[in-house]
Design a protein around this ligand. Structure first.
Ligand code: ADP
Length: 280
């Protein structure tokens, strides 16, 4: 006779997940909308990130690491993870659904139509999620508009963290495996990631929000952008139409070469909230 296996509520069965439709494509597999049936017959909508069965052991470990990391966090502006199904293939990670998809797609689709107040709200909400992660000492390492999701109520949620373990080492001369245009000078030169290099990337995210999702350092290759930022102290100009306070925040506080002199996330959050209060 088979004895029932004790499983923590965090571990879920594949049987309790019913796929509804595809939402997107991840690096290791597809992302689906699904129904999750909890113990008491209650059904809830979830997003399911899957991992292809042919994935390498390394990729599988990273998948589990993302799940373990995300489980520790609970914040309105950080995507919540609900559980993992790892007893069968494909491996699945369930999380809250963000019906309005990636921020980057939204910015591009609605270019020219998003008002300044909504852009500032995106910045404020991203800073709320990131200041929370800073307090938890979580280095995200891949902050960018492509890694922010929007809920059905258009709330911004920080997503996609814990996947970037190997990015602490740049091992590619052409620098095309890492998000070079989001990296701080000290990451580009000394491969140092920290809470402060996340702040630098947050600056690039702000820039993306006010530029309707344009590509940073447009017209420059990764190698060129890296050289200009590191050797010439080049900084992107403030996006056209962005308030002066945003430009000042980027140039005087965020894109500061020395990470020790760079503003932290909690102070960024405070500044953005002050700007927000003034719009009321
Ligand atoms: P990976 O990091 O593995 O490449 P992402 O997390 O970027 O994968 O997910 C790929 C795409 O799937 C996203 O761009 C988005 O469109 C969709 N997606 C991911 N997570 C969710 C979610 N929680 N809710 C809704 N859509 C999601």
């Amino acid at each position: 006779l088979k004895r029932p296996i004790e499983r923590s509520p965090w571990m879920i069965n594949h049987d309790s997940i019913v796929i509804v439709k595809k939402l997107g494509e991840g690096a290791f597999g597809e992302v689906f909308l699904a129904e999750f049936e909890s113990g008491k017959g209650r059904k809830i909508e979830v997003a399911v990130k899957t991992m292809r069965s042919e994935a390498t052991r390394d990729a599988r470990l990273k998948f589990m690491k993302e799940a373990r990391l995300m489980r520790k966090y609970s914040h309105k502006h950080v995507v919540k993870i609900l559980g993992v199904a790892v007893h069968e293939h494909p491996l699945m990670l369930t999380m809250e659904v963000c019906h309005n998809g990636a921020l980057l797609s939204y910015l591009r689709k609605n270019a020219g139509k998003i008002d300044l107040r909504e852009k500032l709200r995106f910045c404020v909400e991203a800073s709320d999620g990131l200041a929370y992660l800073e307090k938890k000492q979580c280095i995200h390492r891949d902050i960018a508009a492509r890694n922010c999701l929007l809920s059905s109520k258009m709330e911004l949620k920080i997503s996609d963290f814990g996947m970037s373990d190997d990015r602490s080492i740049i091992h590619d001369d052409t620098l095309n495996k890492v998000p070079v245009k989001w990296l701080a000078p000290e990451t580009l030169t000394d491969k140092i990631y920290s809470l402060k290099s996340d702040v630098w990337a947050f600056g690039v995210l702000i820039w993306e929000i006010y530029s309707d999702g344009s590509e940073p350092y447009k017209g420059m290759s990764n190698v060129q952008a890296r050289a200009k930022v590191v050797s010439q102290g080049y900084r992107m100009p403030s996006p056209a139409g962005a308030p002066k306070e945003i430009g000042d925040l980027l140039h005087q506080k965020i894109w500061v070469k020395n990470p020790a002199e760079r503003i932290d996330m909690t102070k960024c959050q405070k500044k953005l909230h002050e700007m927000w209060e003034k719009t009321k």
